[in-house]
Design a protein around this ligand. Structure first.
Ligand code: ADP
Length: 451
């Protein structure tokens, strides 16, 4: 069922319940008043009979009839009966209407009694008089009132059904109006394809209702999708370019060498060139594998003391690359628990050593400072160099795979390290902050949440 139909049905259903309660209330109130005023009428007639007839002490039947006819109007199917305290009919024969002893004794007991027999309303009163005690029973049908009630029922039913139809159609109009923005969003979204991810949904800036919130959330999603599509595209283009370069050089070297007979020294030289290209290829493939590993949600986490990890990385760098210019500053007063985090040791090792290696590489043997500190929630690793710096326009691009700034082209590298570091930091719910000035140096700050 369409939402607009469902909404209008729900709206109609709720209105129907409300209307039913109100109309039933009105009906019950009117019916109660009708019965009450009719009973009052019967009571009055019974008292009048008592006063006109019995108070005058033993009028004859003819006089009674005359008195009865003086009543303002007679009621439908009206009957008036008078009994003495031995339950014997007086003055008027019972005829077709007679009252049982049990009923009359109840009247005596209660002094006044109201009862109902089908549509007939009955009033019995006990009237003590100096000429004896009497019971007067008056009964009649409130034909006029019943007809009025029947008419009221008809009017209420017609009104109820018509109101429901009107409510359903009004509900549909309102549902259409409320759903219209969603229909518009759907139409706009239908037009967006992988090739047109730059399209955005229109947003009314002056309004900030739920629909505008939905549109801006979808726009943010589109933004992310577009970004990751772009990244994916440039990643594939860059990766194939980087892989093709060493392969082309291997092929070129081999083909040129094979053109004619060469001396052993030339063959040796060619093989050395090929080995260096294969090493380059190997390095790129290893880096890509590592990058892939960080993209898989690797949750092999353990408790790691960051100061120990940093020393390990610095030792390893010194051993492998004979780098001696990294100065580690560490505040020994920090409690161990304040620099212990939950993470994947191997991945964090790669991430931090990438930044340290870059700092050393791009500062051409000037000193590099590494500091470990903390705030309430994070361990902060700061790596500061006095190297070539990064242009402001490059700051948000250097995390893309294979991206290298123009001033970094004279340095070895493939542009994979930082994207790997970024993935690892994101995996640990951390963040990276960079401050840099061209020609002055760069400060990288890694914020990693405490365990
Ligand atoms: P690579 O170092 O192999 O080029 P990275 O992914 O590690 O690749 O770095 C990407 C780019 O970020 C580098 O090419 C360089 O332009 C810039 N960069 C990273 N670290 C620094 C730094 N400490 N100083 C200056 N530029 C840097």
């Amino acid at each position: 069922m369409k939402v607009k139909n469902r909404l209008s049905l729900q709206f109609t259903f709720m209105f129907a319940i409300l209307l039913l309660v109100v109309l039933t209330g009105i009906y019950v109130f009117v019916e109660h008043n009708r019965v009450k005023s009719f009973i009052t009428k019967l009571d009055e007639r019974a008292v009048i009979v008592a006063q006109f007839y019995l108070a005058e002490d033993n009028l004859s039947k003819d006089t009674f009839r005359k008195v009865s006819q003086k009543f303002p109007q007679s009621l439908s199917s009206e009957s008036i009966r008078i009994y003495d305290d031995k339950f014997q009919p007086k003055f008027i024969p019972e005829g077709s209407v007679g009252w049982k002893r049990s009923f009359l004794s109840q009247v005596v007991k209660r002094k006044i009694l109201h009862a109902r027999q089908g549509e007939m309303q009955i009033t019995g009163i006990y009237y003590p008089d100096n000429s004896g005690n009497f019971i007067i029973v008056v009964s009649a049908i409130d034909e006029r009132g019943l007809q009025d009630m029947e008419q009221l029922r008809l009017i209420i039913s017609v009104f109820f059904i018509t109101s429901l139809f009107i409510t359903f159609f009004i509900g549909r109009v309102f549902a259409n109006i409320s759903i219209f923005p969603i229909v518009k969003i759907t139409d706009n979204l239908k037009r967006i394809r992988a090739s047109s991810l730059h399209h955005r949904l229109p947003i009314n800036i002056s309004k900030t209702d739920e629909i505008d919130n939905l549109s801006s959330t979808i726009n943010q999603l589109l933004e992310h999708l577009e970004q990751s599509f772009e990244n994916q595209k440039s990643f594939v283009a860059n990766a194939s370019h980087e892989l093709r370069t060493p392969i082309t050089s291997i092929l070129g070297e081999a083909e040129i060498t094979l053109v004619k007979e060469r001396s052993p020294a030339e063959y040796k030289h060619t093989l050395e060139e090929i080995v260096s290209s294969v090493e380059r290829l190997n390095y790129i493939i290893d880096s890509l594998m590592e990058l892939m590993q960080t993209n898989l949600d690797n949750k092999d986490f353990q408790l790691i003391r960051v100061d120990e990890l940093i020393w390990e990385i610095v030792d390893e760098l010194a051993f492998r690359t004979h780098v001696e210019n990294i100065k580690v500053a560490y505040d020994f007063t920090i409690e161990q628990s304040r620099i212990t985090l939950l993470g994947n040791r191997q991945l964090l090792f790669i991430a931090i050593s990438n930044i340290l290696k870059n700092a050393v590489k791009f500062s051409e043997d000037k000193e590099v400072y590494c500091t470990v500190s903390n705030n309430n929630s994070h361990v902060i690793i700061t790596i500061k160099d006095s190297g070539i710096g990064i242009a402001e326009s490059d700051l948000n691009k250097i995390f893309q795979p294979f991206y290298r700034s123009s001033n970094a082209m004279g340095f070895p590298g493939y542009g994979i390290g930082l994207s790997l570091t970024n993935n690892v930091v994101r995996l640990h719910n951390g963040s990276i902050n960079i401050k840099s000035e061209l020609g002055q140096g760069t400060v990288f700050q890694l914020y990693l949440p405490l365990s």
